[in-house]
Ligand binder design. Structure first.
Ligand SMILES: O=C(O)C(O)[C@@H](O)[C@H](O)[C@H](O)COP(=O)(O)O
Length: 223
């Protein structure tokens, strides 16, 4: 794991956006289409604001959430909504969005179809991920139903996840698919998350799922 520290969120957003733009541009030199996975949550918005303005051939980029909350796309908690409003604008409006959710159906009824739309676009070229202070990443939550399956080396592409205290069911890329990304970035802010990341090193992956994707990842942190 590579750990990069920034003086503030603005600097972090700018540098991470530049780094992602370079990697996406480089990947576009080698592949006709590339897959870019991005998280939801509150941290990535400023990165999206900078990244959407960069001049790469977005028309050859498939943008997919790392995980999704099972809510309609116009719901305030929808990751698709965040991504469409903050990333897929400006120059990046030309990218294609691949949804992980069809909220009018139950997850188990549509997961196979969603997977089939994504399978041909894998592996992920560049993955940007977040982390919670409970050491989850994507929707790989400690103690959640679906976690063991999502951590399995032979896991399917997508795994439904639920836990009583989560506001809605979720679907997540399995650790196997996230780990298959050619480049992995984790974006975190605040001392609590830095402490959590440190503590995760001594815990089993079921208790600290972030462990599953740390190898060869770059962690970006600002207080
Ligand atoms: O949809 C989501 O919730 C995620 O993709 C999730 O893994 C997120 O990245 C972390 O929970 C951090 O969220 P914050 O950035 O809001 O702290």
């Amino acid at each position: 794991m590579n750990f990069l520290k920034y003086p503030d969120s603005e600097m972090m957003a700018m540098d991470v956006a530049n780094m992602l733009a370079d990697e996406l541009g480089e990947a576009l030199h080698h592949e006709e289409r590339i897959c870019f996975a991005v998280p939801g949550g509150t941290t990535p918005g400023p990165v999206f604001d900078d990244l959407c303005a960069v001049d790469i051939d977005w028309s050859r980029v498939d943008v997919v959430p790392t995980d999704e909350r099972w809510v309609p796309e116009d719901h305030p908690r929808s990751n698709a909504r965040l991504i469409k409003e903050r990333l897929l604008v400006n120059k990046a409006a030309k990218a294609r969005f691949l949804p992980l959710c069809a909220a009018q159906h139950a997850p188990q009824d549509v997961l196979a179809e969603l997977e089939s739309q994504i399978a041909s676009e894998l592996p992920i070229a560049v993955a940007l991920m977040g982390m919670g202070a409970d050491m989850h990443t994507a929707s790989l939550f400690p103690g959640a139903a679906g976690l063991v399956e999502a951590l399995d080396p032979h896991a399917p592409i997508l795994v439904p996840v639920a836990r009583d205290d989560l506001e809605e069911p979720r679907v997540t890329f399995s650790a196997r698919v996230l780990n298959g990304a050619l480049s992995k970035h984790i974006l975190i802010t605040g001392q609590d998350k830095r402490d959590a990341l440190r503590a995760s090193r001594n815990l089993p992956v079921e208790k600290a799922p972030i462990q599953a994707i740390l190898e060869a990842a770059t962690v970006h942190w600002t207080p």
